[in-house]
Design a protein around this ligand. Structure first.
Ligand SMILES: *Cc1c(COP(=O)(O)O)cnc(C)c1O
Length: 358
């Protein structure tokens, strides 16, 4: 009887289908960071089974761990290629996203070594200034076609900086910059929007959308007030002990919370070592059925305390829901002062995991 993380693969599949249906081109599945903490070895084959044929990870090691699970699909590494990795990329049929000339040089050398053309995705920087070919590097590519010798450009991609703010003028600026860059690659296929970008309008359409967060139920943030995605996970934990605390007595490390009335405090075995962030101290809300219960005191490494005074019937063994339909990763993120992405990718390794819809 431990904390339980239930992941609904059918809901993830439904989210992919919904995104795919509204996009004119193809839709990939971004499964980096272990599918945002939910388990890439479960998520990727599920997406493959419903027709997803393009996958992205951040690192080569992540791509290697799912390569055999998505046979026949394109599997690409967003962070690009490092010295010493080229042979493994080519041997396992993994595509590097190259956003710098030195990366292209590594991949070109591998194509020459193998004596065959190798697929590449070119990443063009249009304003994020993190990864991607700069205007100067694009000019060098334009003037020296040899820089792509032996390489077959599968897609030219870019990435949005402010997609979750629909009114930010940065979005239109990046769309214009991408269109301008594409004039250099006539006929090449494009890859543009992430989850939020897919909701920004047809200008942000492309041959391959790259949603991650929305697959996992995170609000793409463009239908204000209403998350169009289905929730995909539930995190619950049993009450270990219940403590009666008198007015004036404090709870937890540092005595950060003091009872104002006779209180019942429930302790659960989830803490910051499980990705239940320390910043949630005195801020988070859990649920018992429809009733919210406030987190009181600090979050410690392995334990957290909740004020269940309003629920006199609760007993040790009853489960509190920490993440669920009433209170998703985005709501918990607001309480923690972060975003839903960080909540998901820091979900702990100590939870019992149960997959539905496998
Ligand atoms: C992570 C990532 C995505 C997916 O972004 P979401 O906001 O999670 O949909 C797409 N493209 C690139 C380059 C990324 O790094």
């Amino acid at each position: 009887m431990t904390a339980l993380l239930e992941i609904d693969l059918d809901a993830i599949a439904a989210n992919w289908r919904a995104l795919d249906a509204m996009h004119a081109g193809h839709t990939a599945g971004v499964v980096k960071a272990d599918a945002y903490g939910l388990g890439a070895t479960h998520v990727a084959p599920k997406l493959l089974s419903i027709g997803c044929r393009h996958f992205f990870t951040a690192h080569l090691s992540e791509a290697l761990s799912i390569r055999v699970l998505v046979p026949g699909a394109m599997l690409a590494v967003l962070n690009g290629i490092l010295p010493g990795e080229a042979a493994e990329f080519s041997a396992r049929g993994i595509v590097p996203v190259c956003g710098a000339l030195h990366e292209l040089a590594l991949w070109r050398a591998e194509a020459q070594r193998r004596g065959e053309a190798l697929p590449v995705i070119l990443h063009v920087d249009t304003g994020l200034a993190r990864l991607g070919l700069s205007a100067l590097e694009l000019a060098r590519l334009r003037n020296d076609s040899g820089l792509l010798d032996g390489l077959r450009v599968e897609y030219v991609m870019t990435h949005l900086a402010c997609a979750d703010s629909p009114d930010d003028p940065m979005n239109a600026r990046q769309a214009a910059a991408f269109a301008a860059a594409m004039r250099q690659f006539p006929g090449a296929k494009t890859s543009f929007a992430n989850s939020s970008g897919m909701f920004l309008g047809p200008v942000f359409g492309s041959d391959l959308a790259r949603p991650g967060a929305a697959l996992y139920g995170i609000d793409p943030g463009t239908e204000r007030g209403r998350n169009p995605m289905r929730p995909v996970l539930r995190l619950s934990a049993p009450i270990l002990q219940i403590h009666e605390v008198a007015p004036g007595e404090s709870v937890g490390y540092g005595g950060d919370w003091t009872a104002q009335r006779p209180s019942r405090i429930a302790t659960i075995g989830v803490g910051y070592a499980d990705g239940f962030h320390r910043s949630l101290g005195n801020r988070a809300t859990a649920y018992f059925d429809a009733t919210p219960v406030p987190l009181v005191g600090r979050v410690s490494m392995d334990l957290t305390t909740f004020d269940i005074t309003g629920l006199p019937g609760l007993q040790p063994g009853d489960r509190l829901t920490l993440i669920g339909d009433r209170h998703g990763p985005d709501e918990l993120a607001r309480e923690a002062g972060t975003n839903g992405y960080e909540i998901l990718t820091s979900l702990g390794r100590r939870y019992q995991r149960r997959y539905g819809g496998a």
